[in-house]
Design a protein around this ligand. Structure first.
Ligand SMILES: Cc1cc2nc3c(=O)[nH]c(=O)nc-3n(C[C@H](O)[C@H](O)[C@H](O)COP(=O)(O)OP(=O)(O)OC[C@H]3O[C@@H](n4cnc5c(N)ncnc54)[C@H](O)[C@@H]3O)c2cc1C
Length: 402
């Protein structure tokens, strides 16, 4: 850590972003001994909440109104003296005067800042380049997005999903259970192509098609037509098919929120560039979570990850940096997904694997895939198979930490 950043554990720490990374960083800093002010700014109107249920149980919940699941109970903010300010966005960082320019012409002085600003859902030019946004084209990132999408779910309607990654497949599972026609378009030759082996893709393709999801791989949108209200009412796809649609959801990935950092002159790569201590190119500003481009000592390269486990780990590292504590060793990345009654758990990153080993029979609905590179285990996908997940995680952790 840079010498400009004394470990005084006092002063005003402002955390920008009320997602998992931001909320965890505020609490972890207090728990690690930060005795100064901690202000947590969130541009959302709900206190920090769990995002994973937005594409899972909250989409299928039968109640008319769904509330987000809070990350921390309301009394905890008082108890830990964390000043949570909702509906507050940072519009600019004035590094010279150590001021954050907020919405509504307000400003806030800081001693240290943690940027935990996450990202926004990528859009498709084909579905977003209209004079005004089409009211039936959705993305899914916030509780507001989830509520709008739920309101659009009606038996007998047609939902087109663009992108067969985790979020696209989770929404497909929820939508088909709600009695809609679900048409899934994926540009790659198979679902989850970027993150799993073909055997895992085949398993999930079968589970979805058996329940009625129409999966079209190597297919993209060619053109669309709008109704008089500006809603997309018809889609022509690259395989020559024409679909009448009621709603569309675009699940083609996340773009990190780097504008604030870029305008402030901080280094930006595939996210806000930080060191292992989560400090940006300004020693008073740290960045964590989905928005941070960090050096992984486990993988010996820079990366950006989008997962709850990564956000929590970054938050604890940032707290250690600010309070002068020794950080815990890096943990292996891990992720999960739920579709229907299936649990997929992934540990490690399979990128660049040259061999796979299948554990148990994919036909039995409980199996796992181990990914190896040059004979070394680098990742495990476990489908309804907790034992394979645990064992893979343990073997990889031992290899990394010895
Ligand atoms: C639908 C969905 C399902 C998911 N499912 C899983 C899952 O099953 N497993 C898993 O591990 N991960 C999952 N994730 C990813 C996981 O939720 C994130 O990786 C994790 O929450 C870390 O996010 P973050 O805090 O870095 O960013 P975010 O959660 O994006 O939070 C960033 C916050 O910063 C706010 N913000 C941005 N700019 C400003 C500004 N200028 N001023 C003030 N506030 C600002 C944003 O409004 C937002 O509240 C899912 C994500 C989504 C959207």
């Amino acid at each position: 850590m840079n010498s400009e950043q004394p470990h005084a554990k006092t002063g005003r720490l402002v955390v920008v972003g009320g997602g998992t990374a931001g909320a965890e960083a505020a609490f972890a800093s207090r728990n690690a001994g930060w005795s100064g002010e901690i202000i947590l700014l969130s541009e959302e109107s709900y206190p920090p909440y769990h995002r994973p249920p937005l594409s899972k149980e909250l989409l299928t919940a039968s109640s008319a109104f769904v509330a987000p699941d809070p990350l921390k109970g309301a009394p905890l903010y008082d108890r830990k003296n964390i000043d949570l300010r909702l509906n507050t966005s940072v519009e600019r960082i004035d590094r010279e005067n150590r001021l954050l320019q907020l919405n509504a012409d307000r400003s806030l002085a800081y001693d240290h800042v943690i940027l935990a600003v996450g990202g926004h859902a990528r859009e498709l030019p084909m579905l977003s380049g209209f004079d005004r946004p089409a009211p039936n084209v959705h993305t899914l990132r916030t509780i507001g997005d989830c509520t709008r999408l739920r309101a659009a779910f009606r038996t007998g309607r047609t939902l087109m999903i663009v992108g067969a990654g985790y979020i696209g497949l989770e929404v497909a599972a929820a939508a088909i259970e709600s009695g809609q026609r679900v048409v899934l378009l994926e540009a790659a030759p198979r679902v989850l192509a970027r993150v799993t082996a073909p055997v895992v893709s085949r398993f999930f393709e079968r589970e979805h098609t058996d329940r009625g999801v129409e999966i079209n791989t190597e297919t993209t949108i060619e053109r669309v037509s709008l109704d008089p209200n500006g809603a997309v009412d018809r889609v022509w796809t690259s395989d020559g098919t024409q679909y009448p649609v009621d709603n569309l959801i675009v699940g083609v990935g996340l773009a990190p929120n780097v504008q604030l950092a870029r305008h402030a002159g901080l280094a930006v790569g595939n996210g806000i560039v930080v060191g292992e201590d989560m400090v940006t190119t300004d020693p008073r500003i740290l960045a964590i979570g989905d928005c941070a481009d960090f050096p992984s000592t486990i993988y010996d390269r820079r990366m950006r990850l989008e997962s709850v486990a990564n956000a929590v780990e970054h938050a604890r590292r940032a707290a250690a940096t600010l309070t002068g504590a020794a950080p815990k060793p890096w943990q292996l990345p891990w992720f999960w997904s739920h579709q229907y009654d299936h649990s997929l758990k992934i540990v490690g990153l399979s990128t660049g694997y040259d061999e796979t080993r299948i554990i148990d029979d994919p036909g039995s609905r409980s199996f796992a895939v181990e990914y190896l590179r040059e004979g070394r285990l680098v990742a495990v996908d476990a489908i309804n198979h907790a034992a394979a997940f645990r064992s893979g995680k343990q073997r990889m952790s031992e290899a990394v930490h010895t």
